[in-house]
Write a protein that binds this ligand. Structure first.
Ligand code: ADP
Ligand code: MG
Length: 274
């Protein structure tokens, strides 16, 4: 599917993006690349512009200036047919799931297939059931309604829907937020598996230090409208600017790092950077 990409090709190129809402400057000259088949995280305090940046990458918002290229297409000059084609090449899991309460889980997962393909209902149900299992849900969950699901199951169902059209690129907004530690660990493993088994490129917004240390390849730190650093967590840990230090010097940062070290010593660490 991505044979035209060499391993380190940029799948997303963000170049000098500036965004403001009225007088409020959210991004000024934000630039970074996301490479093929990497798990890339965007971190930053609340209101630092993470979700807005993600919305800009998926054609839900236009920056005031700068350019964003996704899968080789410049989003600033894109026309409607190109946009439609591009939207089918990525999947998005929104922060609050975004499942329709009036549809069963299976119907929710099948929705993108109903919208974008001519497949018949039986085949759509079959594909949706396969996506549910890819997301680690049992078949019977397909018949349930979103209100009957736990937080972790809701995230997985939403992930299954994001995978419906076999995307090359997956966007996740806070995939583990609000989950208990066991469910969050499950989602971490799932993200890693999706990349390793299917070669997906994954961009995630997260506050979750376990996800950051154990799963992501590289991380961009957003603060004060700027990218304060981009690199592996180990590289970022060496950066001295206050906005970056904030993430490493808190107690949660320390404990996650120590956990990482002890796992490395035990030889059980996952999410090696490549
Ligand atoms: P984050 O996801 O990092 O918490 P957001 O990208 O959601 O931050 O928001 C960044 C800033 O932009 C916030 O101050 C927010 O209030 C503002 N903002 C986001 N979307 C809009 C909008 N549609 N209209 C006005 N202000 C917005
Ligand atoms: Mg947000």
């Amino acid at each position: 599917m991505q044979d035209s990409h060499a391993k380190n090709d940029a799948v997303i190129q963000i170049d000098k993006v500036s965004t403001r809402f009225g007088d409020h400057v959210v991004h000024s000259d934000v630039s970074f690349d996301v490479r093929h088949a990497e798990i890339f995280a965007i971190i930053g305090g609340s209101g630092s512009g993470k979700s807005t940046l993600l919305r800009e990458m998926i054609l839900l918002h236009q920056p005031n200036s700068g350019s964003i290229r996704v899968l080789g297409t410049d989003l600033q000059t894109i026309d409607e047919p190109q946009a439609l084609a591009l939207r089918q090449r990525w999947g998005v899991m929104f922060q609050h799931g975004g499942l329709f309460g009036s549809l069963t889980v299976l119907e929710n997962v099948g929705l993108p297939l109903r919208e974008h393909t001519q497949l018949d209902d039986a085949l759509i149900d079959e594909i949706a059931a396969w996506k549910l299992s890819m997301a680690g849900l049992k078949p019977e969950v397909g018949g349930q309604y979103p209100s009957e699901l736990s937080g972790g199951m809701m995230k997985r169902a939403s992930l299954a829907r994001a995978l419906a059209l076999d995307p090359e690129l997956l966007f996740l907004d806070e995939p583990t937020a609000g989950l208990d530690p066991d469910s969050a660990d499950g989602v971490d493993e799932l993200v890693l598996k999706l990349r390793d088994l299917f070669g997906l490129t994954i961009v995630t917004i997260t506050h979750d230090l376990d996800l950051l240390w154990q799963v992501t390849d590289r991380v961009a730190v957003l603060a004060d409208g700027k990218v304060q650093g981009v690199g592996s967590m180990a590289e970022l840990a060496q950066i001295d600017t206050p906005a970056v230090r904030q993430f490493f010097d808190g107690a949660r940062g320390r404990s996650a790092r120590e956990q990482q070290r002890s796992q490395q010593h035990a030889g059980t660490t996952v999410g090696e950077t490549s």
